[in-house]
Design a protein around this ligand. Structure first.
Ligand SMILES: Nc1ncnc2c1ncn2[C@@H]1O[C@H](COP(=O)(O)OP(=O)(O)OP(=O)(O)O)[C@@H](O)[C@H]1O
Ligand SMILES: [Mg+2]
Length: 622
């Protein structure tokens, strides 16, 4: 339990100003949040001052402590630092913690985690890189905001989302919104913007938050040196590609014919320009020399999405997203596109499509960006899947955007991002357009998201990774949620016994050393995927954002969420085994919510990729 005490009154505020810029504080706040959520520091040792905002944390040595001037605690062990932090020595002397280096130095001996020098060093370095990139992005954002403000003023439009609706088609608006929402990055990851190895010029030229346009080269991979996976309706890859990229296909064929090659003997292979220059030309030099890979094909202009490595061609109303490997470390991993994703993306897409057809999209609430086709390099003699993880591609169909009702497709992260013309999150504009109070708006939002996500999991054992970046919400003109679109199935987790019981099947991908994603015995990893992505990173963050933006009493939105989760369970009950229903209801409504320990894994240099911690279930507070 958190102790309430008056003892803080003995600490006098230090006269020295704590002078840190926004990005430095951003990093500090993220680290503080992870320290308590991941139990790296023991939250039961926090001593709360009598103004309920000041907090003191005794450090390991016993003599010194940390003093947080203004810390708020929300359900789910969420500690949000909103003020200055001080290191208090035994004699009462205070020094300000002005950056992450000092904070890490102060807490490192108190952390409940095995540390080594290198892990701490890398962590500090990646946080520093995030801070630097965050500053660059915010500088760019100021100019971008001003441009949009001016355009809105010229057209006499007072609402950003209405301006988008009236002057952009759904596809362009969705692209702009996705790039707009890339500013903040992963909500609480302490190295949220680190891109080690990229120059400032590369960061600005290639990242979504800089409204970048990226020109790919569409090379060619010898067809007999590739493994292809497609959804069942794609029977001829070349015809499928021609249909998906009608502008590009003739140019690509002509480029090959001019070199005396037969296009049918090759597969188009889009290459990210950074990856081509810094990785492919050196790491696949042999394949290039052997004539297995022709990298210098025609160009294709694209807009990078929030995930950086998935891009959308700017020409063509129906061109699919292109997901690519880029050998850059981002958040928690080097962004390869491994064989598992190539094999499983189209397979999971096929299963989800069939379920959505049979369930009528859960009353039209859910649709998905299907991964129709994917391929990776696999040498026809060596047959080593691992060789292709940096020479691969996934194509993701955008047909869910082809809708007659003209909704606005907003990537969830964008809801949290500041409007161009007002210092308020975009979600506040949607709420104001709806004319509803935030609680009612949120209730409606939950009714769109919770039911399909829980139904896919409880009925079919399919975990949708509905986190902020993978999910788009369709909003009508009144700012109300109408449905959700989900993407990114390559690492998707499924529970095979449930799928089979309902007449579906999925072939797992197996390779030595690769963690399986089709589970047979325990459903826990599948549940955790749903809880971590949809409940912790998405719904919890939205409740938190609305609670803070509208100064709603702490427990109110959690109560609304608990009611909606209960409602979804009640509706699904007749179709579920009673014991399973009870067990799962308990997990979502009462048991700790398990989520990935992002900071701990980073500090331990990813020696284990499945470290997780249980957060106090915030729905209990309702
Ligand atoms: N708000 C956010 N929440 C989660 N991830 C975010 C967010 N903003 C940016 N990102 C970035 O998006 C990526 C999310 O990782 P994830 O594995 O879901 O996507 P991906 O497989 O790289 O791409 P895609 O979703 O296009 O298939 C990371 O690179 C992360 O840094
Ligand atoms: Mg993703």
């Amino acid at each position: 339990m958190v102790k309430q005490t008056d003892s803080l009154t003995r600490f006098k505020p230090n006269a020295a100003a704590v002078n840190a810029d926004y990005s430095t504080r951003n990093a500090l706040d993220r680290i503080v949040r992870c320290l308590f959520a991941e139990k790296l520091l023991d939250k039961s040792k926090i001593i709360i001052g009598n103004n309920h905002r000041e907090a003191l944390y005794p450090l390991a040595a016993g003599a010194s402590s940390l003093r947080f001037e203004n810390m708020r605690r929300f359900p789910a062990d969420t500690f949000i630092n909103e003020g200055n932090i001080w290191l208090v020595a035994a004699d009462g002397n205070e020094t300000p913690i002005i950056d992450h280096e000092r904070l890490m130095d102060a807490v490192r001996d108190s952390l409940d985690c095995q540390l080594n020098e290198e892990g701490v060093h890398h962590f500090k370095r990646d946080v520093a890189n995030s801070i630097h990139n965050d500053r660059l992005a915010r500088r760019h954002r100021a100019g971008w905001q001003a441009d949009i403000r001016q355009e809105m003023a010229q057209r006499g439009e007072a609402h950003f989302t209405l301006w988008l609706r009236s002057h952009h088609g759904l596809r362009d608006a969705a692209t702009l919104l996705d790039q707009w929402g890339a500013l903040e990055g992963h909500p609480y990851y302490p190295t949220w913007k680190s891109r080690p190895g990229l120059s400032d010029g590369d960061v600005t030229a290639l990242s979504a938050e800089f409204s970048a346009r990226v020109t790919l080269r569409v090379g060619a991979l010898r067809a007999d040196m590739a493994y292809c996976e497609t959804m069942p309706h794609v029977t001829n890859i070349h015809r499928w590609f021609e249909n998906a990229f009608p502008h590009l296909w003739p140019t690509w064929c002509e480029w090959l014919v001019n070199q005396g090659q037969r296009p049918d003997a090759w597969l188009p292979l889009p290459l990210h320009p950074w990856h081509l220059k810094h990785w492919v030309r050196t790491h696949y030099a042999q394949e290039i020399a052997d004539g297995i890979l022709l990298p210098d094909g025609p160009e294709l202009t694209t807009a990078p999405s929030m995930s950086f490595r998935t891009v959308l061609p700017t020409v063509g109303d129906n061109a699919p997203f292109i997901k690519l490997p880029v050998a850059i470390w981002m958040t928690s991993e080097i962004r390869s596109l491994q064989a598992k994703s190539i094999h499983m993306g189209p397979r999971i897409s096929a299963v989800i499509s069939a379920i959505l057809r049979d369930e009528n999209g859960f009353n039209g609430l859910l649709d998905c960006f299907r991964e129709e086709a994917a391929w990776h390099f696999r040498h026809h003699e060596r047959k080593d899947d691992a060789e292709g993880k940096f020479l691969s591609v996934v194509f993701r169909d955008t047909s869910p955007w082809a809708r007659p009702d003209n909704p606005l497709a907003v990537t969830v992260a964008t809801l949290f991002t500041e409007l161009p013309h007002r210092p308020a999150p975009l979600v506040s504009e949607l709420i104001s357009l709806s004319g509803q109070d935030p609680q009612s708006w949120f209730r409606h939002y939950l009714s769109v998201v919770v039911k399909p996500v829980l139904a896919m999991y409880l009925l079919y054992g399919v975990a949708l990774e509905a986190h902020q970046q993978n999910t788009q919400i369709l909003f009508d003109e009144q700012g109300l949620a109408q449905g959700m679109l989900i993407r990114d199935f390559g690492d998707g987790r499924t529970y095979a016994p449930l799928l089979r019981a309902r007449g579906y099947d999925i072939k797992p991908y197996r390779w030595p050393g690769i963690l399986p994603t089709v589970f047979e015995d325990d459903i826990e990893p599948v549940r955790t995927f749903v809880v971590d992505a949809c409940f912790v990173s998405h719904l919890h963050e939205l409740a938190l954002c609305l609670t803070r933006t509208f100064a709603i009493p702490d427990h109110v939105l959690w109560k609304v969420m608990a009611q909606q989760v209960e409602k979804a369970f009640d509706e699904l009950r007749p179709r579920l085994d009673p014991d399973f229903w009870l067990q799962e209801r308990d997990h979502f409504l009462r048991s700790p919510w398990f989520t990935r320990s992002l900071m701990s894994m980073h500090l331990q240099q990813y020696t284990d990729y499945r470290v997780q911690h249980g957060l106090t279930n915030p729905l209990l507070s309702a």
